[in-house]
Structure formats: C-alpha cells, structure tokens
Design a protein around this ligand. Sequence first.
Ligand code: REY
Length: 393
Amino acid sequence: MPSSPRRRLTAGAALIAALAGGVASSPVAYGAPASPAAARAAAPSPDMAGVAAALNAAVAEGAPGAMARFTGPEGVRARTAGVRDRASGAAMDARARFRVGSVSKTFTAVVVLQLVDEGRLALDAPVDRYLPGLLPDDRITVRHLLTHRSGLADYTDRMFHETVPGFEGVRNRVFSQRELVDLSLAEPRTTEPGAAYKYSNTNFVVAGMLVEEVTGRPVARAFQQRIIGPLGLRDTSYVHPDTRIAGLRVRGYLHPDEAGAPLVDSTEQTVSWAQSGGAVISAPADLTAFMTALMRGRLLSPRMLDAMTTVAPTDATNTRFYGLGLRRYDLTCGTRVYGHTGTVQGYYTYAFATRDGRRGLSAMANTSNRGQANTALGGTLEAAFCGKKPSAS
Ligand code: REY
C-alpha cells in the first residue's frame, strides 16, 4: 500500500527524534559532525554583512535586485538589495515570489523517489518499462534521468542559442511533454546511457512524464499533495501554462546578448519549455523550508534520501557534485551543502541546506543571461554557511 504523506511525516519525525537522541544511523557517512551538540558548536554564525556584500555585488554586475534568506539555530536573517520592480521602483522584498527554475528538479526528484519507495517505480528499471517507445534506447533508466546521465540532448541549448529571440519565441507557447522530448531526439545523443554527467532539461521532462504515468495525475497535483501541502508552503506552486505570478512578486529582467541593449521584462511566460524541469514559483522562506525538511527526512525514507545524496562530481574542481535531482557544493570551510540552482529568464536562484537540515539559505537575483551576476550571487553561500573568515593574526 502506498504510504500517505502523513505516514512519511511520522516516519520523518521518528528519524528526527532518533537524531536528537544521538542514535543516527551513520551521520559521519554524510560528512556531518558526530552529534547535534557538536553540529551546533561547530557551525559558524552566518556572516550577514558578507551575504549583503554578495547581493550588492550581484546588483553591481547588472541585477536590478537580489535577496537572501538564511535559517539556522540562531533564527532567520534576510537581506535585500536593489529593486523587485524597475517600473515602480519597489524595493526587493524577501517575502516575494519568483520563478525558481531548476530548483523545480528537486521537487520532481522527490516525487519520483517517493514513488520508488511506494514500489510504483524502480530506480534502475528502464524508462521504457513505464513509457514504452518514448525513448529510442531501452538502456536508459530512471536513475540515469535523475543523475543527468541519460545522454538525451538538452533541447534548450538550441532553443535559446539567441537569448531574446529564443525567449520571445516560446514565452507564450504551450508544448506537450512529448514535443519537448521530440526536440531532444532530433539531436544526437550526447553520451551512452550511464556513461557521463551531462546536464539536460530533457531528463526532468521525462521524469515528469513518469510521475504522470504512474500517478495518473498532473505533476502539479503530485507536488501539491506530496510536498507543498504537507510542508505548508503557502507561496509555492507549480504553474503551467498560466503566464502570471500571483501575489507579491519579483519582476524578472533578462539581459540580451548584445552589450548595452535594454533589459527585457521576462516576468510573464508559460515556462512550458521547462515544465517539471523548471516551472515552480516560490519564495525564499518556502525554498529554505523545502530544502531543510528534505534534509531532515520529512519527505523521503532514509534509504531514498541516501540515494538522493549519493553524488558524483560534475566538474574537475572536486567541489561540485550531483546526486538525484540534487547538487552538493563543498564550500571552502569544509561544509557541504545540498540543494539546487535555477536559471529561468529573469531569475537566478540558489536553494541549499546542510545535510543535517539545521541551516538553509535561499538567494535570488532578478536577472539572467548574466553569468557575473550569478557568480556574485553564489557568494551568499560561502558567507552564510562558512561565516566570518578568522582575521589574520
Ligand atoms: C535556459 C536558458 C536555462 C536561460 C535553463 N534553465 O536550462 C533550467 C535551469 C530550467 O537549469 C537563458 N539563457 C537565461 C540563454 C542563453 O538564453 N542564450 O539566462 O535566462 O534552471
């Protein structure tokens, strides 16, 4: 029998109780300190001046505004810079909603892994078992999708080769998932199944199709019933194909490829080109609540959370890793954080938490196609999780 969200939460509460009692199964394997007391003692306080400096740097690099919200044992701390709306001049607001882009992939992965837990999907089964004939290679497994190892080309590379014309060409379009898969299959596959990590939105479109096939319902419903409802995320929704962001919102501004050209207000769009790979709307408090709850075991069984956080490197720096719909960044102070990044026209997002779920940070800047601004925004992670650098003696 499939377990209800309530049963999962109860199991999660038991796990948290076990952790609080210091009898966690093997926290060391996750790189966490040996006990909660040690975690508290070892965790540096967030350097909020450093966080604010990173936000200001993102603005100096061309973002109209930026914000970050940290949650930890010391409470909640938020900082903002610049504006959330260039036309009205309204200041950035840490409660406002925005498009989280690929942080949506973590939502999709959680639902897939819950379905694995319920025995309705198998991680190492071919996708072909559930969606016969969709993909041209029956060696591609569910795990290959979630780890970006399917070799299915990312159709967005071609779609957004020219940034503004590419965006305007799809901003009001409604694609079927199959159309998106066909766009990918029109291109050569990038690797043999399982051979290498190659980030591709196609993987999470297919993962969304799996969710719909197995549950018989839209992914929006699965997100609501399994994540948004149980965690009480009031500012979070999966919106497709409505183009609006309801409520208090941040407007997004896309940088054209041509230097000096005016920014394009990209707030309203269907996000149909990304769907289960990128169409979630959320706000900082909800994103942090999601990532910390995930790490605390409130959404997945220990076995599935272990699978999700088992990572492989994505580059040669040995600081960037990917698990199942989840990134791991190893920060300079040795702290490991898990979460996801997002890029959708007009919005850069980071949503990360420590493995014990005690500390979390969400950060966003309301621009995109501006790598320097995204890099500057990423500086919030070091400041928040590593705290103040010890002064040189
Ligand atoms: C799509 C292009 C990026 C964005 C993407 N986002 O795949 C997924 C993610 C959902 O990982 C666009 N870039 C921009 C270009 C480049 O158009 N020519 O920066 O807004 O979040």
